[in-house]
Design a protein around this ligand. Structure first.
Ligand SMILES: [Zn+2]
Length: 462
């Protein structure tokens, strides 16, 4: 029995770990590398195992950095089951189809350029057909229901509180009468999310694979974050223009809607025209409605029946391009949530072209903005930005809200581990050097363990 770290080992994307039990092999996650060109080129590397000979995959959650290479796995011959919660399957369907569409249109655009330059053509990383082939392999597995997925492998999914359906994966392995339990955290959410119940650590394990995205720091307290948001809403209204919130369509958008419903009167949201201007976010809203039993009890009325309509009567979900373009004629009082989360594409760019140069408008940044993205340039105070090839002056006010992460901070990660019986061996994954080293120091000070910081390709025997 052993486990080999193949991705998110020294970085935060490409989550993928290979577990071997006797002659059986299974993967925990099969995620995409994201970030710069160099990072993303690794998505085209051959898998360091025979995809056709792989027996199963267990998927922690739908985010592409955990699920995004499943279409490639299917294309390269994998025919086994992909076990995931029903909500993860529904969200992965939305995300993977959208990703295929993007891959195909990016390749088309690149090929038009290459034709003009007389260069060879490129292929999309994967196609819509690859995605459908992968989706056919999904097998629903509910939380807390142990399943014997292979001889000698029992899998149990437990809530991880990160996005809807997100799980930590507990594997009970048996080989020649020897038993070992591996617990893979997946991505762990914050304890006090307004929408999801807190993550639940497994009771015991022999080896823990723990994420460490924010292993070196804590988030700003929830109450202070809410006060900040209230302040931005008030000043945006006073300024007399529109307010734009770039947000990831899955997770962050629904969390914002939950917050808005909970503070509707207090934040005087009735005076705004609320828009969710993203086809993917609208589909994700529907997935949340279908799995409303997975959200926190307080948030459930919003995602049950006509909850969204009743709790946010001024909310409009604008799916079509025409409806989206009509928002451009609103000069004042529009509060628009639109993708993409880091302003690297999507409808938020159209809104920026129409509004960023207006000093009475405001932008509220609610998520992490990666190096080199338009969102990061706005946060850093750029006076001019280029959108769709056109230079735009930034006169609108830019506000950054720090505390809304879908990831646990250092204290919460340390507490999650500390709740597991017997201080098991722990390997830190899904973190940059700072996050991993910060969490390693913290765990060692608090619990006296020496965490392993595996590199890609490294193996731990069980
Ligand atoms: Zn995630």
């Amino acid at each position: 029995m052993d486990i080999t770290f193949l991705g998110a080992a020294g970085g935060v994307t490409g989550s993928c770990h290979l577990v071997r039990v006797g002659d059986r092999r299974l993967l925990l996650d099969c995620g995409m590398f994201q970030g710069g060109r160099e990072e993303e080129a690794h998505n085209r590397d051959p898998f360091p195992f025979d995809a056709a000979a792989l027996d199963a995959v267990v998927l922690s959650h739908a985010h592409l950095d955990h699920s995004g290479r499943l279409p490639l796995l299917a294309r390269r011959g994998f025919r086994g089951p992909v076990h995931a919660t029903p909500a993860t399957i529904d969200l992965a369907r939305v995300l993977l189809r959208d990703a295929a569409h993007l891959q195909e249109s990016d390749a088309e655009r690149e090929n038009r350029r290459r034709l003009r330059q007389g260069k060879g053509l490129v292929k999309p990383l994967f196609t819509a057909d690859d995605v459908e082939a992968a989706l056919r392999l999904f097998r629903p597995l509910d939380f807390d229901v142990p399943a014997d997925i292979l001889p000698g492998v029992r899998a149990t999914l437990v809530p991880a509180g990160h996005i809807l359906g997100a799980a930590s994966i507990v594997l009970d392995l048996e080989e020649d009468g020897r038993r070992r339990r591996v617990a893979f955290s997946g991505d762990i959410g914050q304890d006090d999310s307004c929408m999801l119940p807190p993550p639940r650590p497994p009771d015991r394990a022999d080896l823990v694979l723990l994420e460490s995205t924010y292993g070196d720091r804590n988030h700003r307290a929830r109450a202070a974050t809410h006060e900040e948001i209230a302040g931005v809403l008030e000043s945006a209204w006073e300024a007399g223009g529109n307010l734009f919130i770039p947000a990831f369509s899955i997770g962050r958008t629904q969390e914002l809607l939950t917050l808005f419903a909970q503070h509707y009167d207090e934040w005087r949201l009735d005076r705004w025209l609320l828009f969710v201007d993203s086809p993917m976010a609208i589909q994700a809203n529907t997935v949340h409605l279908r799995h409303d039993h997975l959200v926190r009890e307080e948030a459930r009325p919003l995602f049950a029946g006509r909850g969204l309509r009743e709790r946010l009567p001024n909310l409009r979900e604008t799916a079509s391009t025409e409806e989206s373009m009509r928002i451009n004629s609103v000069r004042r009082g529009a509060l628009v949530i639109a993708g993409s989360g880091m302003c690297t594409g999507g409808r938020i760019l159209h809104h920026f072209r129409h509004n960023l140069w207006r000093r009475e408008c405001r932008v509220m940044i609610v998520g992490y903005q990666g190096e080199g993205t338009l969102g990061r340039r706005l946060v850093d105070g750029a006076e001019r930005v280029t959108i769709h090839g056109e230079e735009i002056r930034v006169a609108a006010g830019i506000h950054t809200i720090g505390g809304l992460s879908a990831h646990a901070g250092q204290d919460e990660l340390a507490a999650w581990y500390g709740a597991i019986e017997g201080r098991p061996a722990v390997a830190l994954v899904h973190g940059e050097a700072r996050g991993r080293e910060g969490l390693a120091r913290r765990l060692s000070a608090a619990w006296g363990v020496q965490p392993t910081l595996p590199r890609a390709g490294e193996l731990i025997a069980l």
